[in-house]
Design a binder for this molecule. Structure first.
Ligand code: GLN
Length: 236
C-alpha cells in the first residue's frame, strides 16, 4: 500500500489532495500499476507521518506554516524523516521555501516567534522573487527531465532558487533564516526548470535526489502530469 501525505496545516492542501485522489483512481485501475494500491493522507500531527512513501509540502504562506509546524510538533520529526532519505518529498512554493536550508527576503513580523525551516535541500531560496500578489502570472514551461512538453505553470508570489549552498551550513544574517537541521543528502542539485522574466533567467524547479522543489502550483491547473511524475520518479 503506497500512502502519500499532504501537509494540511494551511494553504493549497485541498487542491493537492484532489489531484492525488483523481490520479490514484486512474492508477489503482491501471494494469501497469497493479502491484500497488495508492491512497492519500492529510498530515496534521506527527503520527500522520507513519508509513508514508511520499509527502507534498504545499503552497500557502511559509511563515504561517512554519509556526503551525512548531505548534503541532511536526517540525522535528518531519525534518528527520526528510533527512533519512526514505521518502519522496515535493515542496511547492511555500513548501519549497520550507525545505530549503537557507532563505532570503524574510522581512516578516513574527514577534518573538521563530521562522524555522524544515530544511533538506542544499539551496538558498529568495521569497517573493517576482514581486507582490498582483505580480502573479502564468507561463507555459517544458520539463525535459520529467518528459513533460508544455505545462501551464501558475506563479503566485513565488520564490526562486538563487544559489546552491553545498554541504556547509550558511551562517544567517539579518535578512536570512537557516534551517536547524542540515541534510546529509549526497545527491547533486539539478535544475529542472527556469523562467525568463525581465531579462533574467530564474530557477523555478530543482531536484536533489529524493527531493523535488517547484516555485509554481501544478495543483491549480486541471493537469495531473506533474503529480504523476512525482509518484513515478520520487515515490515508487
Ligand atoms: N510568498 C509566500 C511565502 O513566502 C509563498 C507563496 C505561495 O506559496 N504561493 O510563503
Amino acid at each position: 500500500h503506497v500512502v502519500v501525505g499532504v501537509l494540511s496545516l494551511q494553504g493549497s492542501f485541498r487542491e493537492h489532495l484532489g489531484h492525488l485522489d483523481e490520479l490514484f483512481v486512474q492508477l489503482n485501475s491501471a494494469p501497469e500499476y497493479s502491484k500497488y494500491r495508492f491512497s492519500s493522507r492529510k498530515v496534521r500531527e506527527p503520527k500522520d507521518l507513519d508509513g508514508l512513501a511520499g509527502i507534498i509540502l504545499v503552497g500557502g504562506e511559509s511563515t504561517t506554516i512554519s509556526l503551525l509546524l512548531q505548534q503541532t510538533k511536526l517540525l522535528e520529526p518531519l525534518a528527520r524523516l526528510i533527512q533519512s532519505g526514505t521518502i519522496g518529498v515535493w515542496g511547492t512554493c511555500a513548501g519549497l521555501i520550507l525545505i530549503a536550508n537557507h532563505v532570503t527576503n524574510t522581512k516578516v513580523q513574527l514577534g518573538d516567534r521563530k521562522y524555522e525551516l524544515i530544511g533538506g535541500l542544499d539551496v538558498s531560496i529568495e521569497r517573493n522573487s517576482f514581486g507582490r500578489q498582483v505580480d502573479s502570472f502564468d507561463q507555459e514551461l517544458s520539463f525535459p527531465a520529467a518528459g513533460i512538453g508544455s505545462f501551464k505553470c501558475v506563479f503566485i508570489r513565488a520564490p526562486t532558487v538563487t544559489d546552491v549552498i553545498g554541504k556547509t551550513p550558511v551562517v544567517g544574517s539579518n535578512s536570512s533564516v537557516v534551517a536547524k537541521v542540515y541534510t546529509k543528502n549526497e545527491a547533486p542539485v539539478e535544475v529542472i526548470s527556469r523562467v525568463e522574466r525581465s531579462g533574467k533567467s530564474m530557477v523555478v524547479g530543482v531536484r536533489q535526489g529524493h527531493i523535488l522543489g517547484s516555485s509554481f502550483h501544478p495543483e491549480l491547473v486541471p493537469d495531473y502530469r506533474f503529480h504523476k511524475w512525482f509518484i513515478d520518479e520520487f515515490v515508487l
